[in-house]
Design a binder for this molecule. Sequence first.
Ligand code: G4P
Length: 531
Amino acid sequence: MTEIDRTVAREVQRRRTFAIISHPDAGKTTLTEKLLLFGGCIEVAGSVRGRKSQRAATSDWLELEKQRGISVSSTVLTFEYDGFRVNLLDTPGHHDFSEDTYRTLTAADCAVMVIDLAKGIEAQTEKLFKVCALRKIPVITFVNKVDRPGRQPLEILEEIEEKFGIEVSPRNWPIGFGQSFRGLIDMPTQQASLFDVRDGSQRVQARVVDLDQLDGENIPPAALTQSLEEVELLAEAGEAFDRERFLAGDQSPVFFGSALTNWGVELFLRGFLELSPKPIGRPSNVGPVPPERPDFAGYVFKIQANLDPRHRDRVAFLRVCAGKFEREMEVLHPRTGKRIRLKRAHRVFGQDRETMDEAFPGDIIGLVNPGEFHLGDTICIGDPVMYEGLPQFSPEFFATLRCPDTSRRKQFERGLQQLLEEGAIQVFTDSGAARKEPILAAVGELQLDVVRFRLESEYNTSTEIRWLPYKVARWVDAGDGDINDVRLTSRSRMVRDQYDNPVALFPSDWEAGYTQSENPDVQFSEVRLDT
Ligand code: G4P
């Protein structure tokens, strides 16, 4: 039986590590900011945005962020609330950076899906939800912007159930929406929380009222009647919350609110802390490793260069999965078999760094200049363990890059290699092609722009890009058959990924589907799970 460390077990119990998934504009930044406000990290809402613009102004690599008006880098935000330590993995919302977002999701124990009441489920939400479903990450839903005219709340529930094939279990229900929005009814206690003050920059306190006293409140009668009828209907016919189904990713508890006005944010935070799971044992080559064991283990889920131009270095973000991490600890790097002393471990909060003396499962550590760590690498003490590899997703943009200046070719190759290790891009090779240029690929077009930008600014090499006519990649498993017998269309092509796995590139989804039907015994997968 594995030994349990009492300190580690206590810390695990109070850790909550999650990520927010949403489509751009649904309100992820606003919700994050309000959670930090309740977590006591910031005094007045608005400062996170301030930090964002400051960052863009002071950083040259993030010049690109400024030009495009998006957030490229993702970090972790940590706060304490009600005895819990909450780690919020901040993921960029922009479509083009979704590959990074996908990997960050692997470091989360739970995801919060933010949906705009007016817009419902949008494309990016759908993609990210699929990743959660694939990894069986439990998802809590926050339906945002209830203060704005939107769809009927019941419609949103139906849409989630239909599109995602999961059950939904509302934990609270809005009293009116749009102009009529006045508060929320808590489903388990059947009590209403009413909000009177519209000041999104402060911690808005709710007034708790019994349902039979709502008549005397300033609520538009039609809104109140509808809300009470729906609550009754849901209490009779709705799905009861089922913890096991939630943890298995089969049911999503749903909260409503308005991040902008703060209405419902604290109720959501409390509900989230009550429902979300603590870190659990993660799968490895020796089975699930209990987080409460004394020996430290974790894995690298993200490598980022030049977060800040004042520190021209690379940071490997490591998710602690088991045991206690201590500064100056000597760890084993099982992939190379080397022992390494972890000197420069940091907590990274936005652009700021703070030395980290200890960390527990669920925490994220930034290791500065990690040298030989690659994405997905495990580091540990005690008996070697290796956590499951990171998934690789089908890119949507394919190109070849050339360095026209032959005297800079070496720097070009070195830069490209480093960017590959960071996981900024994927690379494929076609051994049959006349020109053995690597094919670079990314989930978003902008990722390739970033690679070119960085090759120019960090390695001083100009590049020429040639776009290739592919849109879809599928990892091919021919089982007992021969990979050379797989029948492809004339516009498709078989290549190898960086781990030498066969991959078919297609110009369209349709062609990928057609090829699958022509080769029924071959498996074509959108994602590769262990790399
Ligand atoms: P994102 O990170 O998911 O992309 O969304 P973000 O929080 O930046 O919010 C997108 C827009 O939606 C912002 O307006 C924000 O103020 C607004 N918003 C967020 N939550 C709510 C809500 O609960 N109710 C209402 N009515 N609006 C909300 P913006 O005009 O684009 O930006 P800003 O000028 O407010 O900064």
